[in-house]
Design a protein. Sequence first.
Length: 428
Amino acid sequence: MKTTSELALAMSLAALALLARPSPAKAASCDALPDAASPSNGVTPPVVYVEGANAVGPFIALLQQALSVDPNPINLVYVGDGGCVGATNFFTSAPISAKPSPIYYSGQTQGTCTLPKTGGPNGGPPTADIGASDVYAPTCGTLPGGKLPAGVSDFLGPIQPMVFVVPSASTQTAISATAAYFVFGFGSDSGVAPWTVNGSIYRRNTTAATQALIAVGIGVPFASWAGVDAATVPVNVSAGISGAAAVINALEVDPNPEQAIGILADTNVDPTTAIHINVLAYKDFDQSCGYFPDSTATAHDKANVRDGHYSLWGPLHFFVRVDANGLPTNSDVARVMALMTGTQSLAGVDLTQIEAQTNLVPPCAMNVTRSSELGPLASYAPTGSCACYFDYVATGASSCSPCLKASDCPPSAPVCNVSTPVSFCETQ
């Protein structure tokens, strides 16, 4: 069994994915970071602040590295303090959280920086240029009236599943929405064996977008969950472990693994954490059986998310201030958003591969879509489909025909969508 400190390190790596690097650079002011490509030229590149969902960490890491040595560099500064915190700070124009420490890259070197005391509204600390969240803005309860204010747009990113998890020693393999309603709504009084011990039901809290999305799915109010906040479990408090890491640690050390259950974003499940937990199949209220996010418990194809059988998912959201035409008011933010949503490319950054490796699904690989939190599904056939390439980078194989040009493709899949290192014949 891993020690608490070892698990904390492992989960830090999982939550921030490619952000973790040894020997971080010495902290500097976030608004005075040098040009990594030409550090002696005296040029300070513009800064774009991103705050919120931990799931965007892999994007930020690679974009930071690539943009910092680009001919037109931008210094991205990222604070992964959770989707609802990031959204709340953005919509209330609150200063960016100082903890966890803001992260940036200078070339290939990761560092933390100190937020300046000025530069924001009314001369105070800066606010986020991009608020990143795992859920639609109203889901966290921070928007009066439930609508985006004028001058703000929600740019949608890749699809992220949320999951119920149990310790690897548990024999449980599935949970229904009805069972989850009683377990997380009533705790010890749920009547749903084996999850009848309130102290072994590990939730998050009202700052966690993971809990916010699942709350919509199972019908338990966001702030009224039974169970215990995993971050308050004594072993986690003493080790300073919070968030998703706390859920996994609590599940691992629970003395009664058969009675333990928790919630995570699927982005928190990687080869390291999967040793300690199992993802449960989930049966929604209107379904006759349960489904894993993938085609099987051990697959990595996200097949049941992509075709709508697995229902606990939503897009990542990037909240940005825009003009009357819906375009970001800051040209540097506009460029970053184009890169993060895949409408522009950058050398060395393969978004589809990043998403596949972190249990996200790009919209171009989806067969269904929805326009509200866990809302009705609609059939979806994206132009420029990347379904075949997603299969290839997610599983190592694709049933589609490789191609170099459209004439290589059959009538049933006539479009050769160019990808690197291999292109495939797609339907759109």
